[in-house]
Design a binder for this molecule. Sequence first.
Ligand code: PRP
Ligand code: URA
Ligand code: MG
Length: 208
Amino acid sequence: MQVRVIDHPLIQHKLTLIRDVKTGPKEFRELLEEVAMLMAYEITRDLPLETTMIETPVAQCACKVLSGKKISVVPILRAGLGMVNGVLRLIPAAKVGHVGLYRDPETLMPVEYYCKLPSDIAEREIVVIDPMLATGGSSAACIELLKRKGARHIKLMCLVAAPEGIHLVNNQHPDVEIYTAAVDEKLNDHGYIVPGLGDAGDRIFGTK
Ligand SMILES: O=P(O)(O)OC[C@H]1O[C@H](OP(=O)(O)OP(=O)(O)O)[C@H](O)[C@@H]1O
Ligand SMILES: O=c1cc[nH]c(=O)[nH]1
Ligand SMILES: [Mg+2]
């Protein structure tokens, strides 16, 4: 099972609040955005740097700047939207693509209903974002779609992952690194992550 668990204390504390059934949509959204920003810090750790000369008030010096790698963030609708602004706060120049997928409640299979991507998606480093990696069907389908459009460098960032979803994405897309704040125990009979946090989309948008 290949996955990177980001276990920073601030992320773990906020995740506990997110999981709590007593946390309402406003607080849920704020916390999810904050965690997404903290996770983006870790996910961007390997971005390449180059050297540039600047002048401080005291002297000239050779300093580091990002080397201009093009990044795209791709939230899986709906729940992935809850993490976009947090990521954009750290990488404001990233372009945002949208992939609409919902999970059929009977079959648990992903159904695609929307796709709008930056025209140069094939040249970009892509971070797919979705708080929930359950069976893995939605994330694997999104990654497959992006690869069909030419994408080659893809990371997957979620908040809570089930072992089943990690295995599926590892098997279908061994080149894709998965980042998560937690690996939970299992899926229940309805395909929900246990203990998880419930239906992320419903909790973000207050639809239940
Ligand atoms: O790993 P999987 O088994 O595919 O499940 C995870 C998917 O389920 C949820 O979306 P949902 O279908 O509830 O759509 P929503 O975001 O619009 O609520 C979640 O946001 C993931 O996209
Ligand atoms: O636990 C789960 C599983 C799929 N989708 C969710 O929002 N939550
Ligand atoms: Mg949902």
